[in-house]
Design a binder for this molecule. Structure first.
Ligand code: GLU
Length: 298
């Protein structure tokens, strides 16, 4: 895709087709659409179907239909990550050529064991931190078969990643002690979310990422990957999560109800409330037009 003129806004909504949109994913879709419109920008939809075992056939069409019923129509036909393998392969090749990525033979059990040996316990909801066992300077594969590919993260004094979120403000994450060298190509041969999302945001010239707060802690990994690939870093805004009556994040896994296309206006009103947007309107078009006057922080 050709680079846009300077100052042009390009935003995106990037659903995984693992089920229909629910009230939580609609908040992210609506916020990214509104922010693009408020900036006179373009808005793209990208179907993130790299994790094929989790994808539900037909869910992409259901999501696109729900978005259309709510007046959220992309400015270009959607792209599908499942068709973009060569772009991800080229990025992996570039990272390997720069000695930024390396093959890893470790299983989860190996990583858990290595963590235990270091006295590190798995955080309750967190991922296992990769201790660098297969880094070439630590001995590499040692004759074991390669499984995944990992990206090196900075260690020591450069590991602290500071970044800015338009809603949450100043954020920081220690890449070495909370993440470690992370997977960019999975042991099952599938492309990891982190690599696909960064390659696509760059290739589509996304200038503004607006998405749910559950993804915020991926941002340092993605910004580091952008630096490794020499591509620009967009600005980031993470939207509030929608929780159910028990305070749990709404999710497809926990059976959150699908957004009802037949109740488009009330679905928009409810999503708007999560974003602090209350407008009086009696049609979808009217609601969207008024809501576009709302400004998210810069
Ligand atoms: N596909 C991801 C999801 O549905 C969103 C990725 C992103 O917006 O960066 O959770």
């Amino acid at each position: 895709m050709n680079a846009p003129a300077p100052g042009v806004y390009i935003g995106r909504f990037a659903p995984s087709p693992t089920g229909p949109l629910h009230a939580g994913s609609l908040v992210a879709a609506l916020a990214s659409w509104l922010d693009a419109r408020a900036h006179g920008g373009r808005w793209l939809v990208r179907i993130e179907d790299v994790d094929t075992p989790r994808c539900v056939p037909g869910a992409d069409q259901v999501i696109l239909g729900q978005l259309a019923a709510l007046g959220l129509v992309a400015d270009e036909p959607p792209v599908y990550q499942s068709q973009r393998g060569p772009l991800y392969q080229a990025a992996l090749g570039a990272l390997v050529a720069r000695n930024l990525a390396y093959p890893c033979a470790c299983t989860r059990a190996d990583i858990a064991q290595a963590n235990a040996a270091l006295g590190l316990l798995k955080p309750r909801h967190g991922e296992l931190v990769y201790p660098g066992t297969c880094r070439p300077e630590n001995g590499g594969l040692r004759g074991r078969a390669p499984r995944a590919w990992r990206l090196r993260v900075p260690h020591g004094s450069t590991a602290r990643w500071d970044w800015h979120d338009r809603r949450l403000g100043a954020q920081t994450q220690a890449l070495d002690s909370t993440v470690g060298d992370f997977v960019i190509r999975r042991a099952d041969g599938l492309w990891a979310y982190q690599l696909a999302v960064v390659v696509d945001d760059a290739e589509q010239h996304i200038t503004h990422v607006v998405r749910g707060e559950d993804l915020a802690d991926n941002t340092p990994r993605q910004q580091w990957l952008q630096q490794c690939l020499g591509v620009p870093t967009p600005s980031y805004l993470h939207t509030p999560l929608v929780v159910d009556a028990h305070g749990e994040k709404l999710s497809k896994q926990h059976g959150a109800p699908a957004v009802q296309a037949s109740r488009a206006l009330s679905e928009l009103r409810r999503a708007g409330q999560s974003l602090g947007i209350e407008v009086a309107a009696d049609s979808v078009e009217g609601w969207l037009k008024s809501a576009t006057l709302y400004r998210f922080p810069d």
